[in-house]
Design a protein around this ligand. Structure first.
Ligand SMILES: [Zn+2]
Length: 346
């Protein structure tokens, strides 16, 4: 009878399903037991031809068998899918250490330059840029160093081929001071700027001399009587204390620079021995650091400012030197070597 046949199909289908191992087998099973031409589908299609009494029994039984087989099919499908995943490979260990992503390294000069800029910006200074190759006027004449001035010999200069005889020659700047007059031409005091940058000197190289190095220039100008040597000393002490992370004192010694009057060189107490005396400071307890002074009125005049109206200080300092002190680098030539074994340490 049809009812027995349906029960038989269901049992056989369930048994066949339990031994299925692959998706391909499962697909074949689906065609055989649930497909449009399967025995069960044929029986259900033929329901309309049955006597109503038989229809009432066979109909619900056939539909129940079909539903049951479909449910078993879905379950088997899910199990097969889960078994097909390589859980060991898919496993995510959230406690495993991360893979290191290779990163670039900032050059020690860049690191120090960024730190210098941060400190000065916090003191109200603006960071200003300028040309590395500039007119002789901005590098020398405007800073009270005319062509025949003996101070020109203080800075061994590279000259550009073919420029020697030009009246307004260009040259690789010998200091960042070239930006002083450039900036003042376009701005009226009060002004507080720092100018970090690359400079060039025609020098023989050794462990402490390089033809190309980094400097920064600091310029603070206001009306006559506002900015004094005491202001410079305070700004410089604040800067070096923040830079080295400990209290640093400044000592001034009289000196001469054409672009400042008065001029002085300044030392900081040795940061390695705190002034007690060590090989680095040659037992002096002080380290020579840079030059500074009150801006010469002739420089203001070159920038177009009236004489005697403004007063300010300017100082220059070697960023390369500062980086060498900070990271205890003993050979300046490493800075420009491009040697990755050096750079990767920072
Ligand atoms: Zn020392």
């Amino acid at each position: 009878m049809l009812s027995e046949k349906i029960i038989g199909i269901q049992k056989e289908g369930e048994r066949a399903l339990s031994s299925i191992k692959t998706m391909a087998e499962l697909e074949m099973w689906e065609v055989k037991y649930l497909g449009r031409k399967s025995e069960l589908s044929e029986i259900l299609k033929g329901l309309k031809d049955l006597a109503s009494e038989e229809k009432r029994v066979v109909g619900p039984l056939g539909n129940a068998a079909k539903e049951s087989l479909m449910k078993a099919f879905e379950e088997t499908k899910e199990t097969l899918f889960e078994n097909s995943i390589d859980w060991e490979r898919e496993r995510i260990d959230v406690t495993a250490p991360g893979t290191a992503v290779p990163r670039g390294h900032l050059h020690p000069i860049t690191l120090v330059e960024q730190q210098i800029e941060d400190i000065f910006v916090s003191l109200g200074f603006t960071v200003v840029d300028g040309p590395e190759v500039d007119k002789e006027w901005y590098n020398f004449d405007a800073l009270n160093i005319p062509r025949d001035h003996p101070a020109r010999d203080m800075q061994d200069t590279f000259w550009i081929k073919g420029e020697e005889k030009n009246k307004d020659r260009y040259l690789p700047r010998t200091h960042t001071s070239n930006v002083q007059v450039r900036y003042m031409e376009a701005h009226t005091p009060p002004l507080r700027i720092i100018i970090p940058g690359r400079i060039f000197r025609n020098e023989a190289t050794d462990a402490s001399h390089e033809h190309t190095f980094h400097q920064f220039e600091c310029l603070m100008v206001d009306k006559e009587g506002v900015v004094s040597v005491a202001t410079f000393k305070h700004i410089a002490e604040t800067f070096f204390s923040q830079f080295f992370g400990k209290k640093v004192r400044i000592r001034l010694r009289p000196s001469f620079f054409p672009f400042t009057e008065p001029s002085f060189e300044f030392d900081i107490n040795c940061i390695l021995c705190d002034g007690k005396g060590c090989p680095v400071c040659k037992q002096a307890g002080w380290l020579e650091i840079g030059g500074a002074g009150m801006v010469n009125q002739k420089v203001f005049e070159a920038a177009g400012y009236p004489r005697g109206k403004y007063q300010g200080f300017a100082w220059g300092f070697g960023v390369t030197r500062l980086a060498m002190m900070k990271y205890k680098i003993t050979d300046i030539r490493l800075m420009m070597s491009g040697d990755l074994r050096f750079i990767r340490q920072f």
